[in-house]
Design a protein around this ligand. Structure first.
Ligand code: PGA
Length: 249
């Protein structure tokens, strides 16, 4: 059965104690839902909360744990950075790269994403690659151009063969705003993304997810869009009740 990915991007909203109590407060329910054949639940806490969360997860938990970022380098004088080797050692199997907030606050580019992806792939961590356009680009009907240019830069430097990837389309104007593109527009965008990606990196295992204001009252509609294999969820993923509704609706 095809799995739908639910990627919880907790950003810096869930300090360690809160991250652990999210799980502890509903462990049985979380596990029974995460164990469903058509569900893959991936939680991405802050760096500091990764190990504590891993420690409270049940033995044989069905919850996957990911990071929100990683260094573009394997080792060296990079104060404050976290390497992919360590992420792998502490049990991360996924890692977000190139999130808009990294680009906005830290000036990251697609070249940085490409380097990070390489680090992740050599450590068997699946990258969740974020791409997206501004509202102006969307209004000017420039979305395809922007997305394909972002992917072109990333794909030109992926060297590891048959990579497993998640591509997350997150319109910048939809993140945290309550706005989402109309479903027919989304379906066209995902068709273009698939065609472009499959022609540039064939033989890869790729999941295409949507992110940006996925909420309990919009998720059923978004889930029905052809071509979407999952969601990257920010705010709505920090409360189990809300996330549960998104998964089960
Ligand atoms: P949001 O965030 O769901 O709160 O809009 C999504 C994201 O930034 O990944």
């Amino acid at each position: 059965m095809k799995q739908f990915l639910y990627i919880a991007n907790w950003k810096m909203n869930m300090p360690v104690m809160q991250a652990c109590s999210f799980y502890r407060g509903a462990a049985e329910d979380i596990e029974s839902i995460a164990a469903q054949d058509n569900v893959k639940l991936i939680i991405c806490p802050s760096f500091a909360a990764i190990s504590p969360l891993k420690m409270v997860l049940n033995e044989n938990s069905h919850v996957h744990v990911g990071a929100q970022d990683c260094s573009a380098y394997a080792k060296g004088p990079f104060t404050g950075e976290v390497d992919a080797v360590s992420l792998q050692k502490i049990g991360c199997t996924y890692c977000i790269v190139g999130h808009h907030e990294r680009k906005k606050w830290h000036g990251e580019t697609e070249h940085d994403s490409a380097q990070k992806i390489e680090q992740l792939q050599v450590n068997d961590i699946t990258p969740i690659i974020c791409i997206g356009e501004t509202h102006q680009e969307y209004r000017n009907k420039n979305t395809y151009n922007v997305l394909c240019t972002q992917l072109a830069t990333i794909f030109s430097s992926i060297t590891v063969s048959t990579p497993s990837l998640v591509i997350a389309y997150e319109p910048i104007w939809a993140i945290g705003t309550g706005l989402t593109p109309p479903v027919d527009t989304l379906s066209e965008i995902f068709t273009v993304l698939r065609e472009y990606t499959e022609s540039h990196i064939p033989n890869s295992t790729i999941h295409y997810v949507y992110g940006g204001s996925v909420q309990a009252n919009t998720s059923a509609l978004l889930k029905a869009v052809a071509g979407i294999d999952g969601f990257l969820i920010g705010n709505a993923s920090t409360q189990w009740k809300t996330l549960r509704k998104i998964i089960t609706d």
